[in-house]
Write a new protein. Structure first.
Length: 154
C-alpha cells in the first residue's frame, strides 16, 4: 500500500509543478488530494499519537511561516497550500531536509528563469519576475517520495 501512496503523491506533485509552470497557479484540489492521501496513509500505518502530533506541529509551523510570506506578497497562496500539504507527509523529523531541498531547488529555478528571461529580453530588463515556486516544492516532495520508496521497497 505504501508504494502506491508514494506513487500517487509523486503524481500529484508532478501535476502541481506542471500547472504552476504553465499558469502560475496550483489548483486547490491538488493540495486537498495530497491531504486525503495522507489521511489514508495515516489510517493504514497508524503512527503513534506523539509522532503524529509532532508532525502536525511541524506542518502548523510551516503554514505560519509561509502565511507571513504570503501576506507580504513574497509567496503565492497555492505555494503555501502545497508546501503545507507536503509538509504533513514529510513529518517533523524530515522537515529540515525538505526545506533545504525546496530552498536549493527554488534558488536554482529562480536563477535559471531570470537568466532565460534576461536573454530573451529585447531591452536587457526582466519584466516578469514571477517564479513558479511550486516546481521547487514538488522537487523536494519528489525527493521525499524517492527516499521513502527506497526504504519501503528495500
Amino acid at each position: 500500500m505504501e508504494p502506491f501512496l508514494l506513487a500517487s503523491l509523486a503524481a500529484l506533485l508532478l501535476i502541481a509543478a506542471v500547472s504552476d509552470y504553465r499558469r502560475y497557479t496550483i489548483p486547490n484540489w491538488i493540495s486537498l488530494a495530497i491531504l486525503a492521501l495522507f489521511a489514508l496513509h495515516t489510517a493504514v500505518t497508524a503512527p503513534p499519537f506523539r509522532l503524529f502530533a509532532l508532525d502536525l506541529l511541524g506542518t502548523a509551523l510551516i503554514f505560519a511561516g509561509g502565511f507571513v510570506l504570503f501576506v507580504r506578497g513574497m509567496f503565492g497562496g497555492g505555494d503555501l497550500k502545497l508546501l503545507s500539504s507536503v509538509a504533513v507527509w514529510v513529518g517533523f523529523v524530515s522537515l529540515p531536509r525538505f526545506l533545504l531541498v525546496t530552498a536549493l531547488a527554488g534558488g536554482l529555478l529562480a536563477l535559471l528563469i531570470l537568466v532565460i528571461r534576461w536573454l530573451r529580453s529585447s531591452d536587457g530588463r526582466i519584466h516578469d519576475q514571477r517564479v513558479p515556486y511550486g516546481i521547487a516544492i514538488a522537487a523536494a516532495g519528489l525527493d521525499y517520495c524517492l527516499s521513502h520508496a527506497s526504504l519501503t521497497l528495500g
